[in-house]
Write a protein that binds this ligand. Structure first.
Ligand SMILES: Nc1ncnc2c1ncn2[C@@H]1O[C@H](COP(=O)(O)OP(=O)(O)OP(=O)(O)O)[C@@H](O)[C@H]1O
Ligand SMILES: [Mg+2]
Length: 245
């Protein structure tokens, strides 16, 4: 479903991504790890068509993601959870979530039902009339998640979906990510720092460092294998192949 070949992204100060090759089959859950600034968000944005590849190829269901963003193709619905929520401040929670549904021409009654249902699912029942500025960071995050998944996407890119959430809510969001994958056979890429989430949801784990994939494998290989990069990332040890700065 997602196919990346020799991807290079360079904003002019040297490559942020430097030869990334990755296959995410339909329905798979790939978790992208890496220290701050390692290019996780840039990778997700490139798959969404928000950042242009400097070199290499990115295909989503065989198509250029930038094109998919401009004219959504039948059969490919993409959702994106922004790292910082990405909500429209001047719109209520309800209107934020309804926004992509309206663009798709959904009937008003169906929009109402879909928004109520997803708000309930993310633990925000009854918050539809509030504005983003009235919500805590964790609540804004959940509204962003609800907006990304309410149109039943079959490709979902989650940028740090549990950042700033308490452990119980993080676990429930990880459960929601699994449900979305199950219900829609959604192919998911998840950038995170949360190792509990990795343990709960990942099929495939990638670790980015220096613009490259320095570890790629199952979560069992990640947590129990002999990769010095994976071991250092899990333990948080300052000594190892990953420079702390
Ligand atoms: N639009 C842009 N223009 C120039 N540089 C950028 C742009 N977007 C990202 N970068 C740079 O690319 C690098 C990777 O950033 P990115 O946001 O992908 O990191 P990240 O792995 O998501 O980090 P974090 O864990 O903090 O979210 C950083 O050095 C950042 O400054
Ligand atoms: Mg990021």
């Amino acid at each position: 479903m997602i196919s990346i070949t020799d991807l290079v992204v360079d904003f002019g100060a040297g490559p942020v991504l430097d030869g990334i090759t990755l296959e995410a089959p339909e329905g798979s859950m790939t978790v992208v790890l890496g220290k701050n600034g390692s290019g996780k968000s840039v990778l997700l944005k490139t798959v969404m068509g928000l950042v242009r590849a400097t070199a290499g190829a990115v295909r989503v269901a065989g198509a250029d993601p930038a094109g998919l963003l401009e004219r959504p193709r039948e059969g490919v619905e993409m959702g994106y959870v922004f790292q910082k929520g990405g909500l429209f401040d001047s719109l209520s929670v309800f209107e934020n979530i309804a926004f992509p549904l309206r663009r798709r021409g959904m009937e008003e009654d169906d929009i109402g039902a879909a928004v109520v249902s997803i708000l309930d699912r993310v633990g925000l029942a009854g918050s539809g009339e509030k504005y983003p500025s009235e919500l805590s960071g964790g609540m804004q995050k959940r509204v962003g998640l609800a907006r990304a998944v309410c149109a039943n996407p079959n490709v979902v890119l989650y940028d740090d979906p549990t950042a700033g959430l308490d452990p119980i809510l993080s676990d429930s969001i990880a459960g929601l990510i699994l449900d979305i994958r199950m219900n829609f056979r959604a192919t998911s890429l998840v950038a995170t720092h949360d190792l509990k989430t990795v343990e709960k949801i990942a099929d495939q784990v990638l670790l980015l460092y220096g613009g490259k994939i320095v570890f790629q494998g199952t979560k069992e290989e990640f947590f129990e294998g002999s990769s010095p990069f994976a071991q250092q990332f899990c333990s948080g040890d300052p000594e190892g192949p990953i420079d702390i700065f």
